[in-house]
Design a protein around this ligand. Structure first.
Ligand SMILES: *[C@@H]1O[C@H](CO)[C@@H](O)[C@H](O)[C@H]1NC(C)=O
Ligand SMILES: *[C@@H]1O[C@H](CO)[C@@H](O)[C@H](O)[C@H]1NC(C)=O
Ligand SMILES: *[C@@H]1O[C@H](CO)[C@@H](O)[C@H](O)[C@H]1NC(C)=O
Ligand SMILES: *[C@@H]1O[C@H](CO)[C@@H](O)[C@H](O)[C@H]1NC(C)=O
Ligand SMILES: *[C@@H]1O[C@H](CO)[C@@H](O)[C@H](O)[C@H]1NC(C)=O
Length: 793
């Protein structure tokens, strides 16, 4: 007997009998390689090399443990035979991919563990059907992409954990649909960029973990969307500065900014975090700090505003002189608990910050002599800016570099090195060598640095890279070679660094597109930046054949005047093609034959006067964003947009010479249309456009340039079209409606160049918003600027 029953009334008995019958059935149905706990309705099939979910698991099972098997792929409906599951453990089961609908039917599942697998992409609707799911663990996988709509079907989820993956970028609306999420864990990834709306729609999130990533600046805009977050962990990111009002989060109480590379923070950095009570700045590079301004001053009257109660400065080289006095006095008045010790001067060395008396915080002992003290102050300040005692100066950090062993970062930016410094710690993961003078990079320049993920070599006057310069950098994902003097690349330039995923070669002097052989050592390449070079031709056919994963190709501002037929043949994953600012005279239709996933095509700023029939036909199925503005375009064939349909979301034709337009009525999905700054001729031939405008709930700025009496008026407002004949087709007879319209609106409307956003409702889940791909960026300019010009008084 598997279950005993006690029933008191008939109904209950019936239920229990049913249950017992089921339990009996359960007894008989334990798959061979599993063990079954019949009372608790648990089934465990651990470490059994199973290649599929055993089909004979009893239907009424509640907990299923399939750890350490060899499941490879979870197909659609893989668990449809066990609809009552509440817990499913799939840890370490060699899962590479979770297909759409894999968990369909598990409407009662509460806990799903997918940790320690090899999942790289989270597909749209991978988690479809998990209506009750509260916890989803996908830690320790290889996730590098979250497709739009991946989480739209799990509105009950409280905890989503994606730690130890390979995320580098979070696109807009990535977490859309998580209506009850409380804690989102993204620790231990390689995030260096978060789209502004990355966390939009997470209105219930209270806790966010972003520690151990590659964020080089505080993503202010992105974070302001998180209106309910109270705890934010950003530890172990390579940030050096926190700017004015950087943190703007109304409910934040706990902020962890420890183990970063902060050298300074603006006194108003936290002014817009009125409830902050706990600030951890331990293990940074702060020599001094001003009182945290704004918060107390601005919010003192506000009942809700809280004062800081803890400021942790442990592990900073805080110098206890007169510069620190304002902070110390402020802390005393707060009271704010100050943690940390003085690093100097000698007589205060190791004194707890909370114990030093403000009066002892002097500059060279000349307290009281105001004028002199002021001078001293300045002298001391100047001394501090020449980085004073460098505690990190030790084995594992070359001369004239700064290293953060715990964060695995090393930087030797703008130090005038003429050779790549040697002797970095083996576990260095971010190596910043920007702004030096290498001229030449010899073979094996980075020997022993196999753990580097991000290598910055921008502005290093590099003219030549020898074969195998990066050899041995087996983890290298980001390689920045922007703004150097490269004119050519050898076939073996990138040999031995097979993981390179983002390659920045913009701002060089390359005259040719890198050959297929040069690209071949980088089979994982996703984004290639070649903007601002001197490339004039895109040839030969099959240029991208060795980098089949490529998603984005940036070729803005070269001198490209021709693209050979089949140039991109094939590029099965290419999603973005940026060709703006070149010298093309026609749309290179013949090069588009094998781009099945192309979504964004930018051709703005070329000299394309005419677009012929079916110009976009080869990519019409996938294209979502088309930019043709500022090309001098004077005429478009009426079939020029043939093939494009509801999939097109953006059409930008602004700043051209168009008098008329082909019909847009097939483009039913448009969300953004830019027609501004075209000399539109407002007669009946434009009537289809006007009808279309009346029919869509989009704001479209289109202005008449002719006839003269309508010049400057909005196409939407002029009445000239009222008298045009029926809906079918463009009808040439010009209509004389001068008197009416001229009398009605004499005003002139200035054409607005701005791109206009549609006011349509959001597209349904079937048509996800476009995902922007990462633009891994270096330290933002403004942060650098502030850093360099700070503290002038
Ligand atoms: C699992 O399968 C592999 C290869 O298919 C085999 O070498 C191994 O012995 C199997 N392990 C068990 C526990 O069956
Ligand atoms: C202050 O920071 C140190 C070092 O990170 C840490 O060990 C300590 O727990 C922190 N103290 C508090 C109260 O958070
Ligand atoms: C990197 O290596 C150094 C020296 O071996 C060590 O002190 C440091 O803790 C290591 N960092 C990490 C994050 O493991
Ligand atoms: C291309 O050049 C234009 C005009 O100089 C400039 O505004 C734009 O930022 C450049 N774009 C890139 C990606 O270099
Ligand atoms: C206006 O919209 C309706 C419904 O979407 C469509 O059937 C009709 O053809 C449209 N008319 C024009 C002129 O675009």
């Amino acid at each position: 007997m598997c279950a005993s029953i006690f029933g008191s009334n008939r109904w209950q008995t019936t239920v229990l009998l049913l249950f017992m019958t089921a339990s009996l059935a359960f007894c008989g149905k334990c798959p061979r390689s599993c063990s079954c706990d019949l009372k608790k309705l648990n089934v465990a099939c651990i470490s059994k090399n199973l290649t599929q979910v055993p089909p004979t698991i009893d239907e009424i099972t509640l907990k299923l443990d399939l750890r350490k098997n060899d499941l490879q792929e979870l197909a659609r409906g893989a668990f449809q035979h066990t609809p009552y599951l509440t817990h499913l453990n799939l840890q370490g089961s060699n899962i590479r991919s979770v297909r759409e609908g894999a968990f369909r039917g598990l409407g009662r599942l509460v806990h799903l563990n997918l940790a320690h697998n090899n999942i790289d992409v989270l597909y749209q609707e991978s988690f479809d059907g998990l209506l009750s799911l509260k916890q989803l663990l996908i830690d320790h996988n290889r996730v590098e992409e979250i497709q739009p709509g991946a989480f739209t079907q799990i509105g009950s989820l409280n905890l989503l954990s994606l730690t130890h993956n390979r995320l580098v970028y979070i696109p807009n609306m990535a977490f859309q649909g998580l209506l009850n999420i409380q804690w989102l864990k993204l620790s231990h990834n390689s995030l260096n960029n978060l789209a502004t709306e990355a966390f939009a729609s997470l209105f219930t999130l209270t806790r966010l973990s972003l520690d151990h990533n590659e964020l080089q600046f505080f993503p202010t805009q992105t974070m302001t969307r998180l209106v309910e977050v109270t705890r934010l962990d950003m530890s172990y990111n390579p940030m050096i500065y926190l700017g004015e009002e950087a943190v703007s989060m109304p409910k934040l109480t706990h902020l962890y900014l420890d183990h970063m590379s902060l050298q300074d923070l603006s006194d108003t950095a936290l002014a817009n975090a009125p409830l902050l009570t706990h600030l951890d700045l331990s293990h940074n590079q702060l020599h001094s700090m001003e009182p945290i301004a704004g918060k107390q001053q601005f919010f003192r009257s506000d009942n809700e505003a809280k004062e800081l109660s803890l400021l942790n400065l442990t592990g900073n080289p805080v110098y206890c002189n007169c510069h620190l006095r304002p902070l110390r006095e402020w802390a005393q008045a707060g009271p704010v608990k100050l943690l940390g010790v003085c690093s100097g001067p000698p007589h205060l060395s190791d004194e707890p910050l909370g114990a030093v008396e403000p009066a002892d915080l002097r500059c060279r002992g000349r307290e009281g002599l105001t004028k002199e003290e002021l001078e001293e102050t300045e002298a001391a300040a100047a001394q501090l800016l020449v980085p004073a005692p460098k505690p990190k100066k030790s084995a594992g950090c070359p001369d004239d570099c700064e290293c953060e062993p715990e964060a695995q970062h090393a930087t030797c930016e703008d130090r005038g090195h003429t050779k790549v410094p040697q002797g970095f710690l083996k576990n260095t993961s971010l190596l910043d060598l920007r702004g030096n003078h290498f001229h030449n990079l010899p073979s094996n320049s980075f020997r022993g640095l196999a753990d580097v993920v991000s290598l910055h070599l921008d502005r290093c006057k590099i003219r030549e890279i020898e074969s195998g310069a990066f050899r041995g950098m087996k983890d290298l994902l980001y390689l920045y070679l922007s703004d150097n003097d490269l004119t050519a690349l050898e076939p073996d330039t990138f040999a031995g660094a097979p993981q390179i995923t983002y390659l920045h070669l913009d701002g060089n002097r390359l005259t040719q597109f890198p050959s297929a052989a040069t690209l071949a050592p980088m089979p994982s390449l996703l984004e290639l930046y070649l903007d601002r070079n001197a490339i004039s031709k895109l040839e030969p056919a099959g240029m991208l054949s060795s980098v089949k994963m490529l998603r984005a190709l940036h070729l803005t501002n070269n001198s490209i005047d021709s693209v050979v037929a089949k140039a991109f043949d094939p590029a099965p994953h290419l999603d973005k093609l940026h060709l703006q600012g070149n010298k093309l005279t026609e749309v290179p239709t013949k090069a588009f034959g094998n781009l099945p996933l192309l979504r964004e095509l930018r051709l703005s700023g070329n000299s394309i006067r005419w677009v012929g029939p079916k110009a976009f036909m080869p990519v019409a199925q996938s294209l979502q964003h088309l930019y043709l503005d500022g090309t001098g375009l004077a005429k478009m064939s009426k079939d020029s947009l043939a093939g494009l349909g509801s999939g097109l979301l953006t059409l930008s034709l602004g700043g051209n010479q168009l008098e008329g337009l082909p019909s847009l009525s097939a483009l039913t999905g448009l969300q953004e249309v830019n027609l501004a700054d075209n000399p539109l001729l407002c007669d009946c031939s434009l009537s289809p456009l006007r009808k279309w405008m009346d029919n869509v709930s989009l704001k479209v700025s289109a202005t008449c340039a002719a006839p003269t009496e309508l010049q400057g008026q909005s196409v939407r407002e002029v009445s000239v079209f009222q008298t045009c004949p029926g809906d079918d087709g463009p009808s040439p007879p010009k209509s004389p409606t001068k008197a009416k319209s001229a009398a009605k609106t004499p005003k002139k409307i200035k054409p607005k160049p701005a791109l206009l956003k549609g006011v349509k409702p959001k597209p349904s889940k079937a048509k996800p918003r476009p995902v922007e791909r990462p633009k891994p960026s270096a330290v933002p300019k403004e942060a650098k600027k502030i850093k360099k010009t700070k503290k002038t008084q």
